[in-house]
Each structure stands twice: as C-alpha cells, then as structure tokens.
Design a protein around this ligand. Structure first.
Ligand code: SAM
Ligand code: SF4
Ligand code: SF4
Length: 365
C-alpha cells in the first residue's frame, strides 16, 4: 500500500460530517458497525457453537485469513466517514483475539466514533483486562449471561464455566468504568426460561441493565424452531408479575431493545423482540466478519469481500466507493419476512427463512 493511496488523518477528519450518512435502498442510514474480530471462542454455547458442529476438527479461519488490526482500523475509519457513529467489537469471543487493546486504541482515535463497545462472554475479563480496555478507549461492555443457576449455565456454555466467573467480570467492568454494563440473556424455551425472574432479581438496583433476547434462527447449526422462542411479551409478563414494570421510550431512533423500568425505581431492563416484533425498518447496522466480509444483514446468505479489495492495494477512494455501492443496494429485511412467513406458512417469503445462513459465532450478533 503506497502512502498516497491512503488519505491522511487530517483529510479524513475533514470528511466526517461533510457527507450525509449513506442511505440504503429502503432509506435506512448507515450508523452502526459490528466488527467480529475472531471466529474462535472458548465456550460452546449450545445455541451458538454446538460441540457436535464446532468440535476439535472444525476448520476455524487461519491467521492470514483474518483481517489484521490495521486493516480493521482502516475499514472502520472509512465506514465512519460514511456515517457510522457506533462501533461494537464482537466474535466469537473478542477477548481471545491478541492485540485487542491495540485495536480499541486505534478505533477510539477515529474522529467521529461516538460509541465504542464490546460484547463478551466475560470469561477472560479480569479487572486488569477491563482497566486496560478502558484506558485504551473502550466505552462500554455487554456481558452475556444466560442463567444464574450454575447447573443451567454450565449446561448452556458446555465448558463447565461457572456463573461466579461471569459475575466477577461484570463487577470488573463496572469498577473499570465500562458502564452501564449490559447483561445479555438469550431466552430459550425449555432451556432457561425459569431464569428470567431470578436474573431480574439479581440485577435490579445494581445499575446494570439486563437485556432479554428472543432466541433467533441465526445460522444453520442450532436446530432453531419457533416453539423454542419465549416471546418478549411473555418475558415482560413474567417479570412484571414479581417486579412491576412500565414501558419507557427509546434512547435514540432505531434502538433495538424495548425498554422497561421497574416501577419502584430499581432501574431498567431491555427486551429484544427480534422474532415476535422485527425491527428491520430501523436497522442501520453493517457487520464485518473476521475475514473481512461485509454483511448487510445478520441473516445474509453471503457477504462482500473487502479483504481482497484491501489486499489488492485499493485506494481509500476505491474502498469508500465500494462501501457506498454495497450499502446503496441494501434491501434486507429478513426478520420481517420470516415473521410474516411464520404467520402465513405458505407465503412465498418462506423461502427466505429456509436459505442457508452464516453462523452467529462467525458474524457476532
Ligand atoms: N462471545 C461473545 C458473547 O457471547 O457475548 C460475543 C459473541 S456472541 C455471538 C454475541 C451475542 O449473541 C451473545 O449475547 C449471545 O448470547 C447472542 N446469541 C448467540 N446466538 C444467538 C441466538 N441464536 N439467538 C439470539 N442471540 C444469540
Ligand atoms: Fe461463544 Fe458467545 Fe457463541 Fe457462546 S454466544 S459460543 S460465548 S460466541
Ligand atoms: Fe437488520 Fe437483517 Fe435483523 Fe432485519 S433481519 S433487523 S435487516 S439484521
């Protein structure tokens, strides 16, 4: 890559705000970028990386196939110029990626990034790591925790990891100032629905925000069925019975979680109803896989290869124009089509629900 093909930070800074955000074919702005920094993980959650599929002989990406930290930062900066304001690091498990703190530092230095966060299973988030990430410029973390009961949690993560380890990570994050900490709980019928109320009870009054997520049909390996989904409505009803709730408005347009607060003032929860109340109309997210493929939907069947473009020596202008072309043609609304198809099973759109898809551990949620 020659110097003149890469623009200077000063020129980039001037570009931020000078251009309106890109809009897709449905008029949705490009605002969020989720970056998967690795397809590897030290957990084998049964709904995400089931051991039968992600066993010892599974072919993970080779090191040279994965984008370097510099490549990720370059693409991210070009995305920010085109409208992105929020960046989330994910995986696989992002904390297994070497040099993560260096990447955070590079991303935090991009002018225009307003929110830099990370989703983690918490197993490697020690107090020292949390402080290092904070010092590098990370704003917030989301820690995933699907149960408070050790037996239930171990059955889900399938690597015998205890609840106490994740609770320590949540404390470490809060103490390092990576707050408010959000706690993601994926709810699966017959798996952990009895943990909905205990999770609410445990985190009420702590300042941490539990986000209940409807179990989604991402990927092809988790054997998802509609009957496995516990709807947002049922989740709220169960909590409300024990700890009365009232709805509150969104923090910003296009926020994916429906917010509720405890009537007694003990804080709030979020409920992500991606199956029962799809929110494709406000979806402003692009997703970059660890090997540099750009996906315009969590349920996309294929991505756009940005790594080849970068490694062919493309200039910033060329990459920018490719991003604009991809986003401009974006027409995805998978969840809306799936939900319509499940309501009218013989609708033509059922085909969308049956096409092969990328795995959650590859694209990061
Ligand atoms: N390993 C990290 C973690 O678990 O937080 C980051 C990657 S993980 C794929 C991101 C989020 O996706 C986690 O909160 C996880 O629970 C959620 N997730 C994975 N599979 C899911 C599914 N089928 N439906 C809903 N959420 C899912
Ligand atoms: Fe790993 Fe996260 Fe998937 Fe669990 S949900 S297997 S921790 S990537
Ligand atoms: Fe966005 Fe695709 Fe999810 Fe709809 S299904 S909200 S377009 S990622």
């Amino acid at each position: 890559m020659t110097g003149e093909r890469r623009e200077t930070p000063g020129r980039r800074r001037a570009a931020i705000g000078a251009r309106p955000p890109l809009a897709d074919a449905r008029g949705r702005a490009l605002r969020d970028l989720r970056i998967s920094v690795t397809d590897r993980c030290n957990f084998r959650c049964v709904y995400c990386m089931p051991r039968e599929v992600f066993g010892a002989d599974h072919a993970f990406l080779d090191r040279k196939e994965v984008l370097s930290l510099e490549e990720i930062a370059r693409i991210a900066a070009l995305f920010v110029e085109q409208g992105v304001r929020k960046i989330r690091l994910t995986g696989g498990e992002p904390l297994v990626r070497r040099g993560l703190e260096t990447l955070v530092e590079k991303l935090a230095a991009i002018p225009g990034v307003e929110d830099l966060s990370l989703t983690t299973n918490g197993s490697l988030l020690t107090p020292a790591r949390a402080r290092a990430l904070r010092e590098a410029g990370l704003g917030r973390v989301t820690v995933s925790l699907d149960a408070l009961d050790d037996a239930v949690f171990k059955r889900i993560n399938d690597v015998n990891f205890p609840v106490s380890g994740v609770l320590r990570a949540i404390d470490a994050a809060a103490e390092a100032g990576l707050a408010p900490v959000k706690v993601n709980m994926v709810v699966k019928r017959g798996g952990n629905e009895d943990q909905i109320v205990p999770m609410a009870g445990r985190f009420r009054g702590t300042g941490h925000i539990v986000r209940y997520i409807e179990y989604m049909d991402v990927g092809n390996s988790n054997g998802w069925e509609l009957a496995d989904v516990v709807s947002a409505r049922e989740i709220v009803e169960r909590i409300d019975e024990r700890h009365p709730l009232e709805p509150i408005g969104a923090n910003y347009p296009g926020e994916v979680a429906n917010r509720w607060r405890y009537r007694d003032g003990a804080g709030e929860i979020g409920v992500i109803a991606s199956v029962s109340q799809p929110f494709c109309g406000g979806c402003t997210r692009a997703r970059l896989s660890a090997e540099g493929r750009l996906y315009t939907c969590l349920f996309a069947t294929s991505g756009h290869d940005l790594r080849a473009l970068l490694r062919s020596g493309a200039s910033d202008r060329e990459v920018r124009s490719r991003l604009a072309g991809i986003w401009g043609r974006r027409d995805d609304r998978y969840s809306e089509l799936r939900t319509a198809a499940t309501r009218t099973p013989f609708a033509a759109d059922t085909a969308a629900a049956e096409a092969p898809r990328i795995e959650m551990s590859y694209i990061g949620g």
